[in-house]
Design a protein around this ligand. Structure first.
Ligand code: LMR
Length: 328
């Protein structure tokens, strides 16, 4: 098959390589749900470039952004069926299958980029990746998208401002409970439904990173943004296990080296992109950006504090301990 030059930059590469007839060519389909101009979108492209370069054009990574191939709801199924070979969902989206992964959904624990980096590269991250083998998935690494903020159609600063609000969340028990403790009404939704739901006034608020709020234009309908940094967003980069096992050791090495080489760059990118889009948002005349002050942060934290004990006691005390150690 000769690919036409399409929407994705690496399709052209696939075309060229098929022309030269590389008979041991490997094509990896990488599906994700966010825009291309985001920390995950750019990382997926960078990964494709590095792998192509390191393999001399033999391994092609075709990236499908914006949920055009699969939404949140079915990308994991598509990975398990080897319809796509790679995805990088948020850790939160794995928690219905791996409840221990909710450790990264606990609010207000990881507070700085340094702490986030330490957690995503330390022993806990290794253990989390290893958990994926229970699902017959090869866990490769973590990417970052920094910290979650609140965007809403009316100001939310005090804990009581959440009362009665319908808040879109990713599908994770602890994230839902967090909003229940704040007397809001959590609404777990696929990422690609969020725009429609805001537009049709079906939800009042959501938590997300600035890069997602900006690139998906949520701010055009939810004008209030509260810089709360109350939680983190991390991506687990993973591959279909059978596909991984079918690769030669040399090709596995190429993939691991590419990911390792770009990890520092990816963490820095997440910070930079979120900062840059925040600057752009602050220039939008209709957008009102508020900061969560110390007193209100104390109130939010107090409201959600039972989550720590319940994760520690009922879900995975060991992971909880590891997280606390890694953030110092
Ligand atoms: C969301 O659903 O809000 C995010 O998980 C999207 C993403 O992958 O960044």
């Amino acid at each position: 098959i000769a690919y036409q030059q399409g929407a994705f930059s690496n399709e052209k590469i696939a075309y060229d390589d098929e022309q030269v007839g590389l008979d041991d060519q490997i094509v990896i389909h990488f599906s994700h749900v966010v825009a291309e101009n985001t920390p995950k979108g750019m990382a997926a492209k960078k990964f494709a470039e590095l792998v192509e370069e390191k393999s001399g054009g033999r391994i092609i990574v075709k990236v499908f952004p914006d949920g055009i191939l699969h939404s949140d709801y079915d990308e994991l199924e598509a990975l398990l069926d080897n319809e796509v070979q790679m995805i990088a969902p948020t850790t939160s989206k794995m928690t219905s299958r791996l409840p221990s992964w909710q450790v990264l959904d606990l609010p207000f624990l990881i507070e700085t980029n340094e702490e986030l980096k330490a957690v995503l590269t330390g022993d806990l991250s290794e253990a989390l990746l290893e958990d994926l083998s229970k699902l017959h998935i090869k866990g490769l690494t973590f990417w970052s998208n920094g910290f979650k903020q609140i965007s809403s159609n009316s100001p939310i600063v005090r804990a009581e401002d959440f009362r009665g609000k319908r808040v879109r969340t990713m599908d994770s028990g602890i994230i839902s409970q967090q909003f229940e403790y704040l007397h809001a009404d959590p609404v777990p939704l696929n990422f690609d439904d969020v725009y429609y739901e805001i537009q049709n006034h079906l939800i009042d608020a959501q938590e997300n990173t600035i890069s997602n709020i900006y690139s998906k234009k949520f701010y055009t309908m939810e004008n209030y943004i509260t810089l709360s940094n109350h939680g983190i967003m991390a991506y687990a980069v993973m591959m279909n296990e059978e596909f991984w096992n079918s690769l030669t050791e040399k090709d596995q090495q190429i993939i691991l080296e590419a990911l390792e080489e770009m990890q520092g760059w990816q963490f820095a990118l997440a910070e930079k992109v979120n900062e840059e889009y925040l600057r752009k948002l602050s220039n939008e005349p209709d957008v009102k950006i508020m900061k969560l002050d110390e007193e209100n942060k104390r109130q939010w934290k107090k409201a959600v504090s039972p989550l720590y004990e319940s994760y520690n006691k009922k879900i995975n005390g060991n992971y909880f301990k590891m997280l606390l150690e890694e953030i110092g």
